[in-house]
Design a protein around this ligand. Structure first.
Ligand SMILES: Nc1ncnc2c1ncn2[C@@H]1O[C@H](COP(=O)(O)OP(=O)(O)O)[C@@H](O)[C@H]1O
Ligand SMILES: [Mg+2]
Length: 460
């Protein structure tokens, strides 16, 4: 039976489907965003006939034989780590990030490295062959041997992929790709979703691993990678401050591995370089004996990373004093400042406070609480934190110090980087010294006494 087609209207902003055209989307309220779309329906009406094609479609879980998924190495250790030990054959990986952060650079570099052992098809809708060649030369000399295709029509891209049969295909970027069957503009929710769906089908059928680049854009106008997250196998976000050279690749979804791992890169003239020891890189250039500087140890996945937190207190002008945090959560920061005021008697009312996580790192863990509070105390009092001392722990509203996870790992990393003394939560059950002297603190007053009072009262 021939299938009939019917016309529906889809909103570019939110994907809302309406049977008739509307000037204003009833779901998201945007004006003039509904576009016409033909979809095929089964002849018997709106609900398709339910027929089981064959009884063997349903299988018993115990009868399924599962091999471990086949992986290929990306030849970039940090990327392999984030993917959970290499790229899974036939998987769809979304690489999201702000424009200009280095997504194209990362993927072109990966393509170049992988091209020695795999066939790569690099599809670009953003740059010309010449531009890509120039970048490729800048990145890795003339070693590169990949197939290039500058096209934005998804049907042509898939046709090319079927002809070339690459092991890995890179789409840069999903916002530029469009399907002729849909009347809305490239980059709209409907286009992005439809093209992603087609790429997913292609990846699963052909066994080609597909990387999709997605720009994170301001909410609303153009569809960002968030709407694709549920469709793809892995979602990686490439983050960093544009003016810093460090970039962090973070997995936020991974069907084949942990999402806790991060990869650290440094952006240089000749491309991205892996940073194997992020702690020493992030602590480089840390001022000695400067008030307001503290070291925090965060754990990203299985990896402890040391970073510097700096605080600055300056006299406030009229009105409310300013509170500014870079690389740390604003709400957490204001809460910690309130705790410091109340529990340590710090007078911050007439001070502007600036807190900065150096190196463009984002600190999200509560384990960094003590480092932030000691940095603020140090900035306000003008007393530097001893250079060989660090503090690990979360603080509660009453000023009590709480245990954090993986304290052992953090202390080992601190010891490895030359820290001799470490303030840890009083309740933590640490027996061995782990290479650094442990100073136990039950509340914030203990921390300040241990840090600035000059006494060494290790219980261990
Ligand atoms: N000629 C160059 N020399 C050094 N760095 C460059 C050069 N061209 C681009 N870059 C760096 O690469 C970044 C752009 O990376 P790109 O991969 O194009 O970003 P995205 O694809 O995420 O938009 C720039 O922000 C800049 O830091
Ligand atoms: Mg790009």
């Amino acid at each position: 039976m021939a299938s009939k087609s019917k016309t529906v209207y889809l909103c570019d902003e939110c994907g809302y489907e309406s049977p008739k055209w509307l000037g204003r989307c009833t779901s998201c309220g945007a004006w003039n965003t509904l576009r016409e779309r033909k979809i095929s329906v089964s002849p018997s009406g709106s609900s398709p006939e339910r027929k089981l094609t064959s009884a063997t479609d349903v299988v018993r879980l115990s009868k399924v034989t599962a091999g471990s998924e086949e992986r290929i190495s990306c030849k970039i250790g940090e990327l392999d780590r984030v993917l959970g030990g290499g790229l899974v054959v036939g998987s769809l990986v979304l690489v999201g990030g702000d424009p200009g952060i280095g997504k194209s650079t990362l993927l072109l570099q990966t393509a170049q490295k992988m091209s020695e052992e795999a066939d790569i098809l690099y599809v670009s809708g953003e740059e010309s062959e010449k531009q890509i060649k120039m970048r490729a030369d800048r990145l890795d000399g003339d070693k590169c041997d990949i197939d290039l295709y500058c096209e934005t029509d998804i049907d042509k891209i898939l046709a090319a992929a079927e002809k070339v049969k690459p092991d890995v295909m890179i789409i840069d970027s999903i916002q530029t790709v469009y399907s002729e069957d849909i009347s809305s503009v490239p980059g709209s929710i409907t286009q992005v979703r439809e093209c992603c769906m087609m790429l997913m089908k292609y990846a699963k059928q052909s066994g080609t691993a597909v990387f999709i680049v997605g720009h994170v854009t301001k909410e609303g106008t153009i569809a960002g990678p968030r709407i694709l997250e549920h469709m793809v196998d892995c979602v990686l976000y490439f983050e960093g401050e544009r003016h810093h050279s460090y970039r962090v690749l973070r997995a936020v979804k991974n069907r084949f591995g942990s999402t806790n791992e991060i990869g650290v890169f440094e952006m240089e003239g000749d491309g991205l370089h892996e940073v194997e020891n992020p702690s020493s890189a992030l602590l480089m250039g840390r001022p000695k004996d400067a008030p307001g500087s503290a070291v925090v140890c965060t754990v990203e996945g299985s990896r402890p990373i040391l970073a510097e937190v700096q605080a600055l207190a300056s006299p406030a002008g009229y009105g409310n004093p300013r509170r500014m945090g870079t690389g740390i959560d604003y709400n957490r920061m204001t809460m910690l400042l309130a705790i410091a005021e109340k529990r340590l008697g710090l007078n911050l009312q007439n001070l502007d406070i600036y807190i900065n996580a150096a190196g463009g790192l984002k600190i999200t863990e509560p384990a960094a609480d003590l480092a932030i509070i000691t940095a603020v105390y140090s900035a306000v009092s003008g007393k530097p934190i001893p250079g060989d001392m660090a503090a690990i722990g979360e603080t509660g509203l009453t000023g009590e110090i709480r245990n954090v996870n993986q304290t052992d790992k953090r202390i080992s990393e601190l010891a490895k980087m030359g820290f001799k003394r470490c303030i840890v939560p009083g309740g933590s059950k640490l027996e061995k010294k782990n290479g650094a002297e442990l100073l136990f603190a039950d509340n914030l007053a203990d921390v300040i006494r241990l840090c600035f009072g000059g006494k060494k009262e290790g219980k261990a």
